[in-house]
Structures are given as structure tokens and as C-alpha cells.
Design a protein around this ligand. Structure first.
Ligand code: 5GP
Ligand code: ZN
Length: 113
């Protein structure tokens, strides 16, 4: 996707330090952190949103949770954390390439706004 911000980060057009990467996903720090730890987990494949998850690509979501919980431990988030996916307009999604936020290091509130 030529005009996709996260595809540009993944293919190196926008230089970004990857905290973690493998053949399926990249992980990098959110540019506008909402907590002491705020990482973004992004599949290399362009998938628009959680609404586009299907039998063929759902393995990526399990992989993201596996790596996210590993990185949560490495970041000492022993008191807990939040993994968030914002889906489409009402979900508050601002970048239309599916991603999950790992947010931690402070007390979270519920319900979200
Ligand atoms: P969304 O609102 O779609 O769930 O999350 C998109 C996230 O991407 C936001 O938290 C925003 O701060 C982050 N973001 C937007 N542009 C950039 C960028 O160029 N670099 C990085 N590292 N994060 C970005
Ligand atoms: Zn993309």
C-alpha cells in the first residue's frame, strides 16, 4: 500500500527503530506515548483493520499476543498492562493498517472514552 504510513515504516521509507522484528511482525515505540511503555505491534502484511481478520491471516493475531506478552515481561510490567486494538472510525483507529498497542507502567482507567 503506497500511501500507508505503517507500510512505509515497515519497508524503511520512514526510518524507525524496531524494538523487535521477525518474518511476520515489527514492533516499535509509539510516537506519542500514552504511558511509560507504549509499543505498537504491526504485521508486515497490509491488513486494514481487525474487521479484515479471517481464517488465512488470524494466525498473525496469536503471534502478536505471544510477542506482546513476552515484551511486557521484558519491560517489567508485572502489575499488568493493556493490549488495545482500535477498529475503524468508531473504534478510534487513526492508521488504517491493523496494529495493537501494548500500554503499561501506570494505572489504567475503565471505561475508555
Ligand atoms: P490508532 O489511533 O490507529 O489506534 O494508533 C495509531 C498510533 O500510531 C497512534 O498512537 C500514533 O501516536 C502512532 N503514530 C502515528 N504516526 C506515527 C509515526 O510516524 N511513528 C510512530 N512510531 N508512531 C506513530
Ligand atoms: Zn499498510
Amino acid at each position: 500500500m503506497d500511501d500507508c504510513l505503517f507500510c512505509k515504516i515497515i519497508n524503511g521509507d520512514i526510518p524507525t527503530d524496531f524494538i523487535y522484528q521477525d518474518e511476520k511482525i515489527v514492533v516499535f515505540k509509539d510516537i506519542s506515548p500514552q504511558a511509560p511503555v507504549h509499543l505498537l505491534f504491526v504485521p508486515r502484511e497490509h491488513i486494514g483493520s481487525a474487521d479484515d481478520i479471517n481464517q488465512e491471516n488470524s494466525h498473525l493475531i496469536g503471534h502478536i499476543f505471544e510477542i506482546a506478552t513476552r515484551l511486557a515481561k521484558e519491560n517489567n510490567l508485572i502489575q499488568g498492562y493493556r493490549i488495545v486494538n482500535n477498529c475503524k472510525e468508531h473504534g478510534g483507529q487513526s492508521v488504517d493498517h491493523i496494529h495493537f498497542h501494548l500500554i503499561g507502567g501506570r494505572q489504567m482507567q475503565w471505561p475508555p472514552g
